[in-house]
Design a protein around this ligand. Structure first.
Ligand SMILES: [Cu+2]
Length: 164
């Protein structure tokens, strides 16, 4: 009885993971699981993440991105400078042949400015990626609230100060 319940639970979890992972292919470029963290409706900016995999034999370059839900989308990276974590805009992201470049919190990300619709958990929105070789690729970005529960180090420091 217990085993049956467990396997049903596992099955559901696997199905859930598969539904969550979605991917897109354009030429040699494989784009895996574009996602955004859910934000309060008033948030003016958001971020998007994904994984780029170059299955071809020439270097490609992500040049820009656009989305109908944001007035402007920029490519950003995080850098450590004078002991601080800062983000800055970058012109392009190079994807070498066979390489996998992961956009993730604290690393490369798409910055969406002037959001035209809220990033609510369970919703999705279109984004167009512009590659030097693979060209324009439309992807669907899924918004998830999962990761929002993890406090950032900044929040943690703030709490620590408040209590001492
Ligand atoms: Cu940014």
């Amino acid at each position: 009885m217990r085993l049956t319940q467990l396997s049903m639970l596992l099955g559901a979890t696997l199905l859930g993971a598969q539904a969550l992972a979605h991917d897109f292919t354009a030429g040699d470029m494989h784009i895996i699981h574009p996602w955004s963290r859910a934000l309060p409706p008033v948030a003016p900016t958001g971020a998007a993440y994904l994984v780029l995999e170059n299955k071809g034999e020439q270097t490609d370059r992500l040049i820009s991105a656009t989305s109908p839900i944001a007035r402007r989308v920029e490519l950003h990276e995080h850098i450590h400078q004078d002991g601080l974590m800062k983000m800055q805009q970058i012109d392009s992201v190079e994807i070498a042949p066979g390489a996998e470049v992961e956009f993730k919190p604290g690393g490369h990300h798409f910055m969406l400015f002037d959001l035209q619709q809220p990033l609510t958990d369970g919703s999705s929105y279109p984004m167009t990626l512009n590659f030097e070789h693979a060209g324009k690729v439309d992807v669907e970005v899924k918004v998830t609230g999962e990761a929002a529960a993890a406090p950032s180090s900044a929040d943690h420091n703030h709490d620590a100060h408040a209590h001492h």
